[in-house]
Design a protein around this ligand. Structure first.
Ligand code: GLP
Length: 249
């Protein structure tokens, strides 16, 4: 695991965007897993800026979003499809038909999940999975649990996760859907490279547990420790506890 610590959240976002741009340059038909969340927004803005500057093209790329809420249409402002459109999709040249986001209104979510997995496989598997880290340790919507699902599946969201997503639903967490579809941990860990971006003081404790603690399904992010090619991009605030742990070791 390679850990890069930047002085600010903005610098960390720019670093993560630069990693993605370099990967696109090396393999224009990159297959990339993309996260949502506030942390990812500055990274997407940086990527859009790189695209405008002619330094990142998604023309031949394929993206798979990690997750989507169940029960709301893609057009809903709180959907992750809408979330992706605002800072990234509408600003770059990624063809709409190759920007896969799970369908939260699928009549049979399990079939949608299976079709999503099949599409990843047809695309040749994920070259990179870019992920964020929930404050409770979740990756995508793989919530802390006694056991985790390997592949894309339906999840019941924890109350803390619904609260963390309230801003997308007018600040009222009761309006946040109770379930979602999420790429499974095995699918994410099957990516040839994983890039984790986490920033802010409020992430310091979970970053310490996920990267410096025991590997457990109770902290899905801790499974990243098992990946042979995982790059972690943090700002100083998120790395606080980790730095202390490393210097004590
Ligand atoms: C959401 C997403 C996750 C994301 C997490 C972190 O719940 N489903 O994929 O990593 O939030 O979000 P934030 O960056 O806003 O802390």
């Amino acid at each position: 695991m390679r850990i890069i610590i930047q002085p600010s959240a903005r610098a960390a976002a720019i670093e993560a965007a630069a990693l993605i741009a370099a990967a696109l340059d090396a393999k224009p038909d990159l297959v990339i897993g993309l996260p949502t969340g506030r942390t990812a927004v500055p990274m997407y803005r940086a990527l859009a800026a790189l695209h405008r500057a002619g330094r990142a093209s998604f023309r031949d790329a394929t993206s798979f979003n990690l997750d989507e809420f169940i029960g709301i249409p893609a057009t809903h402002p709180g959907s992750y499809r809408s979330f992706m459109t605002r800072p990234l999709f509408r600003h770059v040249d990624l063809p709409a038909e190759r920007a896969y986001v799970l369908n939260g209104l699928a009549r049979q979510p399990r079939d949608a999940a299976a079709a999503f997995e099949a599409a990843i496989e047809t695309a040749g598997g994920l070259d990179i999975a870019v992920v964020g880290l929930g404050a409770n340790g979740h990756i995508g919507f793989n919530e802390p649990s006694r056991a985790l699902s390997a592949r894309t599946h339906v999840v019941k969201l924890h109350a803390s996760t619904r609260r963390a997503n309230a801003a997308l639903f007018g600040g009222d967490w009761h309006r946040v859907p109770t379930s979602a579809l999420s790429m499974g941990m095995a699918t994410i860990l099957g990516a040839r490279r994983v890039v984790l971006l986490a920033t802010g003081r409020h992430k310091a404790a979970i970053v310490t547990r996920a990267l410096g603690g025991a590997i457990t399904t109770r902290v899905p992010g801790s499974l990243l420790q098992t990946h042979p090619n995982c790059v972690v991009v943090l700002d100083r605030e998120a790395a606080r506890g980790l730095a202390a742990r490393i210097s004590r070791a």
